[in-house]
Design a protein around this ligand. Sequence first.
Ligand code: HEC
Ligand code: HEC
Length: 210
Amino acid sequence: MPKFKLVIQTLAALSLGAHAATLPAAGDPERGKQTAQVCLACHGPDGAGMSAANYPRLDILDAGYMAKQLRDIKAGTRQTPIMQPFAATLTDQQIEDVSAYYASQSATVPQPPEADPELMALGRKLVYRGDWDRYIPSCNSCHGPESRGVGSEFPALAGQHASYIESQLRAWKDGTRHNDPLDLMLAIAERMTDEDIKAAAAFLAAQPAE
Ligand code: HEC
Ligand code: HEC
């Protein structure tokens, strides 16, 4: 074998090896199910979460979005004292696996209690049309036609617990959540009143997840 060919093969093998060491393999839901044992007390075995305790629903989320959030929580760029210790124990591979597991689930979540019709009407308006007088774009314009999520960047909101949606909008408003690269949500949340936040959250929570 010519010497240069051997050198090239060795280099290729080395760089492949380095690649494998830094990038985890695609998430495996079967392995993820094992990892999820420490998560289910809060998020449930099927990712239903818990509205009263503000534990988000996970089954509606894209695996890539979840993995990014888990990496951010582990690194501390998304602050949440409750979740941080759990994210901190996960390896990069476990993050991919557990995200693949929850994304493959389909949880049964009880329909939230009926909200005030005026609040629901305001929520529908914000979700479908936004409020251009106040520079609030519609939620659907980024989160998808029914706010069921788009790719790994724009998470699903339809069917998410109202308490969690509210908590996140407040977190952007008061500056405690700031891990999205373009600060898109900060710009929107800061223009929303308390009533807007309640209304959008109540409306979205009542929408079917799929
Ligand atoms: C003690 C309860 C608890 C446990 C256990 C727990 N979580 Fe969480 N998790 C939370 C809470 C509370 C939040 C919302 C944090 C916030 O308000 O920002 C959350 C948020 C998340 C998010 C972000 C969701 C989103 O919509 O952005 C993901 C993903 C997640 N958890 C996955 C996991 C995984 C995977 C495990 C197990 C390794 C786990 N959680 C264990 C309580 C918990
Ligand atoms: C310009 C695009 C854009 C618009 C419009 C938008 N969002 Fe978002 N939203 C995002 C992005 C991007 C994220 C993900 C942030 C991240 O990666 O942490 C997000 C995340 C969220 C989350 C967090 C979900 C979770 O699982 O943690 C909530 C809640 C949310 N948006 C609510 C809304 C509501 C309500 C509206 C309408 C009033 C809205 N968004 C309009 C871009 C947008």
